[in-house]
Write a protein that binds this ligand. Structure first.
Ligand code: NAD
Length: 260
């Protein structure tokens, strides 16, 4: 399906990004992985993508807080593979604190990784996409790009910003054969979310099931987590010709969360 296309997926050493990278590779795309982690584990994931799907896969260690490294990741991918056709801006972190206690360095880091990195990757990848007359830009936003929750000021601000960036760039590129969209998941059981469960169990004297149902999934009407594979499938759909007229959209995949 995506043979001959190259996809850069930021924050793809774990969770949703890795799931999107594997889903795109399963449909034939060459992959540039990015993100932090143990070198051996990253090499294992990179090798597994190449072996499982018979595609080329490389890894970029670019830090999404560093504009030069982000631009370098895109230009290196273009040199290595000849093009960047699919760009998935997915890297993201979270920090939870009351506004008056919100650490200034955490605010800056979240805005840099969750919002500004997408600007740098997009501005660097767009000239090549325009030359070829085809491109897919997908930004992993969140239900928090549409609604807020207390104590997540930086995350909610960054994700709302990412939704605005998506719409703006979609309009600018509307006649270029390039679509630009957000995917906005509710809760997906990635390492990021799983790590919070033991603390919640201890603090609230709840079982694992109670924490999942009554705390984490409280806002999610289906009372089920979204799976990484479901997010991966949606990303792949956006890369097909069938989705060529979907641009500037913010696609919820949130078990009904933002319908409330
Ligand atoms: P995760 O922690 O499993 O993955 C985050 C990825 O970002 C990792 O690969 C990590 O190494 C990378 N990363 C972090 N800082 C980086 C930096 N400075 N430079 C490069 N890479 C960096 O989390 P996840 O749950 O898979 O989240 C992925 C995206 O999905 C995030 O943007 C997150 O906001 C969004 N999201 C997650 C959920 C959820 O419930 N898990 C819901 C909605 C949106």
């Amino acid at each position: 399906m995506f043979q001959g296309k190259t996809a850069v997926v930021t924050g793809s050493t774990s969770g949703i990004g890795l799931g999107i990278a594997r889903a795109l590779a399963a449909r034939g795309a060459q992959i540039v992985l990015n993100g932090f982690g143990e070198a051996a584990e990253i090499e294992r994931e990179r090798g597994a993508i190449a072996k499982d799907f018979g595609v080329k896969a490389t890894y970029s260690a670019a830090d999404m807080t560093k504009p030069d490294e982000i631009a370098g990741m895109i230009t290196t991918a273009e040199t290595t593979f000849g093009s960047v056709d699919i760009l998935v801006n997915n890297a993201g972190i979270q920090h939870v604190a009351a506004i008056e206690d919100f650490p200034v360095d955490k605010w800056d880091q979240i805005i840099a990784i969750n919002l500004t990195s997408a600007f740098h990757a997009i501005r660097t990848a767009v000239p090549g996409m325009k030359r070829r007359g085809w491109g897919r830009i997908i930004n992993t936003a969140s239900a928090h790009s549409l609604v807020a929750s207390p104590f997540k000021a930086a995350y909610v601000a960054a994700k709302h910003g990412l939704a605005g960036l998506t719409k703006t760039v979609a309009l600018e590129l509307a006649t270029s054969g390039i679509t630009v969209n957000c995917i906005s998941p509710g809760y997906v059981l990635t390492p990021l979310v799983a790590k919070q469960i033991p603390d919640q169990m201890k603090t609230r004297h709840m079982s694992e099931e109670q924490v999942k149902r009554d705390v984490i999934l409280a806002a999610q009407p289906t009372k089920q987590f979204i799976s990484i594979e479901q997010v991966g499938s949606l990303a792949c759909y956006l890369c097909t010709d069938a989705a060529a007229q979907i641009t500037g959209a913010n696609l919820s995949i949130d078990g009904g969360w933002t319908a409330q």
